[in-house]
Design a binder for this molecule. Structure first.
Ligand code: S3P
Length: 171
């Protein structure tokens, strides 16, 4: 069974994916980490040296590659992954379950405020401008996230609760 987690930056895709994979005994892959290992560079450096378009091409290629790698897999994607090329179509075709970890704008602002440094797209946004930036960005992206097979509302839920609710979608 292949499970793919999608959602905005800081929605918990990596933490949820890691714990979910451990509990299910599945392989875990984080698409950003996979790209970093392949390129031997951080996402931040890839963005600054080669730009976003280069990153999106890599992301597109690696997405298909990782989804063919394991039978039992939990894959955490990057916040932009479903929104470029035909990536959401690939996710739907190659996975058994895709889950959108949905958080409200205020919850995302709270989380992203302290974690901007390694996120090139928000790094230079002032904290006071984050609600407007995230609001607009999420509005553009939601249509892609919403194509996921399942949508899980995550506001106010701790990691264990989210993981156990994801599991209910799977079995
Ligand atoms: C991005 C999100 C990041 C990473 C890259 C671009 C985006 O992943 O892929 O910085 O476009 O939202 P996280 O969602 O893990 O922060």
């Amino acid at each position: 069974m292949r499970v793919v987690l999608v959602g905005y930056m800081a929605s918990g895709k990596s933490s949820v994916g890691k714990l979910l994979a451990r509990e299910l005994g599945f392989h875990f892959l984080d698409l950003d980490e996979y790209i970093e290992q392949q390129q031997k560079k951080s996402i931040k450096t890839i963005f600054s040296e080669k730009g976003e378009i280069f990153f999106r091409k890599l992301e597109h290629e690696m997405l298909s590659e990782v989804l063919d790698k394991y039978q039992d897999l939990v894959l955490s994607t990057g916040g932009g992954t479903p929104c470029y090329g035909n990536n959401m179509e690939t996710i739907l075709q190659k996975s058994d379950h895709s889950i959108y970890l949905q958080l409200s704008i205020p919850a995302l602002v709270e989380r992203i405020k302290g974690e901007k440094e390694n996120r090139p797209l928000v790094k230079n946004i002032k904290n006071e401008d984050l609600p407007e930036f995230i609001g607009k960005h999420l509005f553009e992206r939601s249509q892609y996230y919403a194509e996921a097979k399942h949508v899980l509302e995550c506001d106010g839920k701790d990691l264990e609760t989210v993981v156990s609710e994801v599991k209910q979608f799977l079995f």
